[in-house]
Design a protein around this ligand. Structure first.
Ligand code: FMN
Length: 166
């Protein structure tokens, strides 16, 4: 079978069928200011040692700070944090203005009321096309009660009910 010529729009349409949660990758810059961006290219890689992967675009202004600092946090957002997800997906220099956060272990910013926090130390950086995959060890983590923010069909969703089909 001939390889299909996949346009960017067609690829986006395919990926829009894949459900993900929504995270914010955060880091403090050298002046102690929080930096961060909304991310859904996040996955767990290994349990021992606990290892995760995030994919950051070269165009991200947070990306070089994450690379320089070597430590970052992944904040898994709760359903009622969709405004944070929208705001932190912009380039607004003041985007943390209405976002509550505190410094966590290793000085990384942890967003208040996130569903979970992972404090990560970068182990490997792999450049793929216009992104870097950061493979990182989880050195600290916490979970909070609540329900996740969902990204599907290019929109944010909340789970209304969970039907267990297993
Ligand atoms: C739901 C959603 C998921 C996103 N996932 C990613 C991602 O995985 N990696 C990435 O680099 N950008 C992702 N973005 C885009 C960034 O959040 C956006 O480009 C942001 O403005 C970058 O901010 P910065 O330049 O301040 O780092 C996503 C945006 C949204 C709304």
């Amino acid at each position: 079978m001939a390889a299909m010529e996949l346009t960017a729009d067609a690829f986006r349409a395919v990926m829009s069928r894949f459900v993900t949660g929504v995270c914010v990758v955060t880091v403090c810059d050298e002046d102690g200011r929080p930096r961060g961006l909304t991310v859904n290219a996040f996955t767990s890689v290994s349990l021992q040692p606990p290892t995760v992967l995030v994919s950051l675009a070269h165009a991200s202004e947070t990306h070089p700070v994450v690379v320089r600092r070597g430590m970052f946090a992944v904040n898994i957002l709760a359903a009622d944090q969709h405004d944070h997800a929208r705001k932190l997906a912009t380039k607004d220099p003041d985007k943390f203005h209405h976002v509550g956060w505190s410094q966590g272990p290793h000085g990384v910013p942890l967003l208040h009321d996130a569903l979970a926090h992972l404090v990560c130390r970068t182990q490997q950086r792999v450049t793929v096309a216009d992104h870097d995959l950061l493979i990182a060890t989880v050195v600290d983590a916490s979970v909070n009660p609540g329900s996740p923010l969902i990204f599907y069909d290019r929109r944010f969703w909340a789970l209304q009910d969970l039907s267990n089909i297993s």
